[in-house]
Design a protein around this ligand. Sequence first.
Ligand code: MF3
Ligand code: CO
Ligand code: CO
Length: 263
Amino acid sequence: MTIKIKTPTELQAMRIAGKLAADVLEMIAPHIVPGANTGELNQIMHNFMVNEQGTIPATLNYHGFPASCCISVNHVVCHGIPDFKKSLKNGDIVNIDVTVIKNGYHGDTSRMFEVGDVKPFAHRLCQVAHECLWLGIAQVKPDATLWDVANAIQTHAEHNNFSVVREYCGHGIGAEFHEEPQILHYATPELKDIVLKPGMVFTIEPMINLGKSGVKLLGDHWTVVTRDRKLSAQWEHTLTVTPTGYEIFTLRTGEQPVLPNIE
Ligand code: MF3
Ligand code: CO
Ligand code: CO
């Protein structure tokens, strides 16, 4: 396996792509309300990317994916397909995952939205998944390993009696959407051999389930759901390793780290 080290010029391009991806999530936020139609949300984001940003929606036609973002509601783990027959309702939790291409480089980010008033356990799942992302990010620095990232995420999820999805993971990113290495969100011994170095760029994107970790692919060959049909939550950032730690490329305006009070 070879993990690309990006040049300063490439890092600058990814900084721009990352910010543009974050801007799409900021733009769509006020539209996430009860009754919002997921096909229409996709159309709003597509038009913004293509017409306002001059970005390419990386998911559109990616291995045949039919939309410009993924919208994953409730028990959908990831790769939910926006659908004019589906609208959000009060109490839903929804992940919107956006990847843009600008000047040949990718920026990939996702976040949860709570639609109207959600149940306390659903809110808690979204919050813990968010903390898992930030705890993983906090491990990133030169000579740390991908085990450190995975272990921080898994430990926090399981401490809260949630589970970590095994079948999908984060990824290196750059001129390609999905590059090496895979960024697992659960710890395995082999991960200790993957050592972080300045200039690596990858995503961290833990999928955390309320119930068991098992997932199932639906008949559309894209939509991934929890086997037990309980809720799932995911947050994602694109970041690089710097000489002293990390730099996140997909931060939203005013976004601050969300770290738990560990008892
Ligand atoms: N954005 C997703 C990720 O975080 C990938 C979506 S691929 C698609 O890696 F084809 F499903 F859109
Ligand atoms: Co993504
Ligand atoms: Co990703």
